[in-house]
Design a binder for this molecule. Structure first.
Ligand code: SF4
Length: 322
């Protein structure tokens, strides 16, 4: 059965090509109601052909119903062989299947997982084969021991390239801003073997602790870093708040003092005393002017009081005196 809607290359027997209704009815008999337009027919061989219909199922954009019809060479009777839903050339389909060992990616390994190397893994060679690392080979020869498998030269070169290009390589942002390189750091623990020429393990818990670092990598926790004098970070100057900073302020406009008008003498009374009291409590210069005027008024009233008192006592004497 062909899943493609490519141009029909082989001629289709007219008997099979004209059996569109039979093919559509076969789908209906199966309960498939979401069948769209007829897309074409393709010859499978001399006795069979595949009719394709548009599938209008939700989520199956570009898929096609395929119905294979068959007819014997000398027969005028068409029979239905099979039907299926197949992806067309524009169908949305899943990615091509990959074996598990090709789907595994770095970082997929979790606690408890077992990940065996491939049988033909180029990163590994039998332990008795020279690894290309003179230190390892010399030691293995001397001791006469070896592991069952060791890392091949290809495997070690791959690892070295990854480490060099990784987060702890010389091109990382941290390394570019570092005061010095790992190769000169007291926390740098060089690897054994030929890789030790370019890589080591950082032993500083404040930095890349326990991770392989390139000898040209570096960080701000380098053992040669010295604290700057005083507080603050070495990146910024400390702010000296003991220095005097002279600031020029704009001139201040002071309000003109307002002189209060003296109160008329004949209207002096209890209200005036109240005003006097409030004036004494008022702040600044205008208050002094008011207090002086009021004191004068009060003194005048006090001087007239003895003359008025007897007059008020006998009534008409005051009028006769005038
Ligand atoms: S502390 Fe920094 S400079 Fe020193 S080895 Fe570790 S990463 Fe390198």
């Amino acid at each position: 059965m062909s899943a493609q809607s490519a141009p029909e290359l082989a001629p289709v027997r007219p008997l099979l090509a004209e059996a569109v209704v039979i093919a559509r009815r076969a789908l209906a008999d199966l309960g498939e109601v979401q069948v769209g337009a007829h897309l074409g027919v393709t010859a499978e061989d001399e006795c069979s052909a595949t009719h394709r219909f548009e599938a209008t199922l939700p989520g199956y954009h570009g898929w096609q119903w395929a119905v294979v019809l068959a007819a014997l060479p000398d027969s005028d009777r068409v029979t239905v062989s099979e039907s299926a839903l197949l992806p067309g050339p524009d169908a949305l389909v899943a990615p091509e299947w990959l074996p598990w060992d090709q789907r595994i990616r770095a970082g997929d390994l979790t606690p408890g997982d077992l990940l065996a190397p491939r049988a033909d893994d180029p990163r590994l060679v039998p332990g008795y084969v020279a690894t290309g690392d003179p230190v390892v080979d010399d030691l293995a020869r001397e001791v006469g021991l070896g592991r069952k498998k060791v890392m091949s030269l290809e495997g070690r070169l791959d690892a070295a390239q990854r480490w060099h290009d990784g987060d702890h390589g010389p091109d990382s942002e941290m390394a570019k801003a570092a005061p010095s390189i790992c190769a000169r750091c007291g926390f740098y623990l060089p690897l054994a073997g030929s890789l030790g020429a370019a890589f080591g393990v950082c032993g500083n818990e404040m930095s890349a602790d326990g991770q392989v670092v390139d000898a040209e990598y570096g960080c701000g926790a380098h053992s040669d870093v010295e604290l700057p004098g005083g507080g603050g970070t070495p990146r910024f100057d400390a702010y000296d708040d003991g220095a005097v900073e002279v600031v020029t302020l704009p001139p201040t406009v002071r309000p003109e003092p307002v002189e209060a008008e003296p109160a008329p003498q004949e209207q002096a009374g209890p209200e005036d005393h109240a005003d006097t009291a409030s004036a004494e409590q008022a702040p600044a210069q205008p208050t002094e002017v008011d207090v002086t005027d009021v004191d004068v008024t009060v003194a005048a009233e006090t001087a007239e009081a003895p003359a008025d008192a007897p007059a008020d006592a006998d009534g008409s004497d005051a009028a006769s005196t005038e």
